[in-house]
Ligand binder design. Sequence first.
Ligand SMILES: *Cc1c(COP(=O)(O)O)cnc(C)c1O
Length: 354
Amino acid sequence: MARIVELRSDTFTQPTESMRKAMAVAEVGDDVWDEDPTIHRLQERAAQMVGMEASLFVPSGTMGNLCALLSHAQPGDEVIVEVDSHIFQNEVAGASAVGGLQLRPLNSENGRLQPEQISRVIRQPDIHEPRSALLCFENTHNRKGGTCLSPGQTEALCDVAHQAGLKVHLDGARVFNAAVAQQVDVRELTGPVDSVMFCLSKGLSAPVGSMLAGTAAFTERARRMRKMLGGGMRQAGVLAAAGLCALDEMVDRLADDHVNARRLAEGLQGLSEFDVDLATVETNMVFGQCRPPLTARQFIERCRTVGVLLDQASPDRWRMVTHRGVSADDVDYAIEAVRRLFLEPATTPLRATG
Ligand SMILES: *Cc1c(COP(=O)(O)O)cnc(C)c1O
């Protein structure tokens, strides 16, 4: 069979052997009745890891974010978000359609909102205006390149929001990537926020699920919202068992994905048909910009002919994501195969693979 390098997303990761074994023997109960012991263990472990009182297992990151927004804000409230955030761009306008919330999108460089921007748009009480209720930000920021917020930047953003009485929700779908890349305890990135969602099903390789963490009172509200959205699951401990493996076994190895992304970005740079956004490669993503007349669609189709799969970010931007299913050798193959498509040898020598 022809070689395939799956760079479309880290959501393509397959569950590990240890996950499948843990799933097979997981002790389960009815989690809507709050009686699934494996879910309990996962929720306790996740809360402890991110330094929160409690956490809730949710079927997807999208539902986790929506539960958070519905728990923090009321219909007619305004939620401040980054313009390229997943909540604004990729969650089917759930906050507005389901929650009756108004999203206030702000521009940023590389996904890093500035505290001054936030203080400028926070509204004073006025009968004409929506209430500013919540600030959301993303770490890592997906569409801006997998870029990280530091503990200091996180704290500064939370300070302006909290001083004005807003709550803060962190879309931390890949917050463990951010922690590993910056070599900080993830609690330094989650400590200052009121709630955090992170995905088990991306780089951490679990088949299904995300966690939503916050105070015990917040988590109870979120549990009601999850039920309302149809996310109350029964013997979901079989899924939680894989989630526990993800948290215990899959966090540290994210560093390998970051090394591979950097190598991929450097290996692909210098071709005349597209630019690689080297400056934004901080974690497991590589974005590139096609030069006209090449379009992202054409680029993706040409790469597919040599087994290199990637995703479109816009008509002229593409995205490659490294993960457990992509080895260093796969990266070297992808670099060579793509360069051959464009008939230019690598400018930096490839590692000898023996
Ligand atoms: C993937 C992702 C989500 C949503 O997770 P799903 O499980 O796909 O619903 C939310 N935010 C960001 C930044 C993501 O990358």
